[in-house]
Design a protein around this ligand. Sequence first.
Ligand code: ADP
Ligand code: MG
Length: 653
Amino acid sequence: MPGPDPILLEQRKQLPIWKGRQSLVRAVVENDTVVILGETGSGKTTQVPQFLLESNEFGNGTIAVTQPRKVAAISLATRVAAEQCSTVGALVGYSIRFDDQSSAETKIKYLTDGMLVRELLSDPLLSRYNVIIVDEAHERTLRTDLVLSALKNIQKERNTKRTDRKGKGPETVKNCPLKIIIMSATLDAQKFSKFFNNARILYVEGRQHPVKVFYAETPQADYVESALRTFFQIHIGHGPGDVLIFLSGQEEIESLEKSITLYAEHIPEGESKVLVCPLYAGLPQHQQNRIFMPAPPATRKVVLATNIAETSITIPGIRFVIDTGVAKEKSYILQQNRGSASHLHNSEPVVPDGPGFCFRLYTEDGFRQFRDSATPEIQRCNLTFAVLQLKTLGQDPETTEFLDPPSPETIQESLIVLFGLEALDHTGNVTSIGREMSNFPLDPPLARALLASKTLGCTSETLIILSVLSASSKLLFEPSADKREEIADARNTFRHSSGDHLTLLNVVRAYGEVRSGSGSDGGNRGAKEWCARHHVNERAVKEAERIEKQLKETCRRVGVDPDATCGEDTDAVLKSLLMGIFQNCAILQPDGTYRQTLGRLPVKIHPSSTLFTRKVPAIVYDELVFTSNTYARTVSAIEQAWLLDLPVNRRHD
Ligand code: ADP
Ligand code: MG
């Protein structure tokens, strides 16, 4: 084993958590579950797994560390691998959906909580792990809550001595008991402790750096404007140090980026320059990585981020944080259509690297109000995935122990959807279709579409479309307000008469052909130029290709032929999609508007759609976008008769 990196070791020794490492290891040896509370930057996420590994007290299994966000899993694995003088995927690895960088050697694995939920299906006791660390537990994502519920059961199962069936005396179900560690940066430790039978709570003492918090004196009407002002006050009035600004989403980030850049042009010669780095989930990875690079000399870096950066990533060099108090939370009403909405949220102090300042653009009273109003995701989002998961694991969602139980109505709605997808039968048991669906790392509706494509003989086509819809940026054409017409022209090159889904298929296939072509207009370079010429977002296409590859492997494993093709009979593809996303349909009305089949609400076709200027009798769409109107995005024309054929509309007599 290579051992720790000596230079990084010196840095690690400065972290607040370092002093307590021996008592921490002892506490984990003595208790099955431990809750660790410590402020951001104190060293919990990077150090605790290494302390446990180096202690050699916890058997030969792997230590899992869950993260709510993919970016965090990758950046933490990279950092800890460096601290161990190792490469990612060896001693230290990560696993996120569609990207597993771990091996038999891996002893510390950072994975998204969603991945751990998936692993439950193949390994219900999570027997490959001896320690499971649930990190950022205070964020209370749906998957974190599912993990906590499952872990409580698993620990009971694994750590109880039992008499075996033949009465031969007690035996431990697993030789090595499961240790659970819950880590959190806020003061809600009691709740986690209580859930795990009054688990021991450890507090990490000391802050690495002092942080001074300022609140707004009065509520701010326009926080983007206010953030802009605050930023330039810092830039002009304070010494060196980078700035991190939290905003609610991509549009806001782009708008503030424009304003900052505009004002920065007027900074007098000789003063520090400004470098703006945006950070949001849909941003290409290489641009996300820019936030970790030091700014050039005499330049102040300002990171504009959604809450994907909050609490889980430490960005070196940040000394000033401007917290607008808004962040995107998934919300149930919109989540049905996989959209999202803005809410106030519980925003915790982010500790900058070095003595720092936090400017909150809201009042101290406001802060208290939204920290009390934060609702765990499980109580406000669509539970279709969670309910299918629990049912597949043989648990009853209505009686499972949750930290905060979801409402019975939401569970009911999910049961109905799953019934419509034929994943559950009328008694609520998982069907063979439901079981097959849970093999795929896809939303239940998309997994259902994939299975339908097997019956209809069009898996090759359907897989590509589902891959695009599952990618983090499903927009294959660069969205740019300045070049709207050029982009519409480019899109028309690939246009399929039925609408957007098959147009996406055409784009991905055309790209694949260019790239596999030889000569100057083929290969990787040719493909890049081709994308630029056609305004195609190459990163999105590549991501879709990677997802397709993974889904193909799953298909082969479970006996679905991934290459089955329907040729020109593309109706089969749309029918397959419809089997899964039948909730996202609308019918043309006599007055020329569309109304959703469920709920009868009006919906318009999004201007980016190839169907924008056409009227067709019925449509199926990927998602709704809410602005002043409700728009359906990624839309295809279907026949009304197909709707009647759906299982939900068939009469069961
Ligand atoms: P906590 O989990 O308590 O918030 P971490 O273990 O994530 O703390 O971080 C501890 C320290 O490790 C940070 O203050 C920072 O110095 C360093 N660090 C963490 N992640 C990275 C990274 N991706 N790149 C560089 N340094 C990092
Ligand atoms: Mg952490």
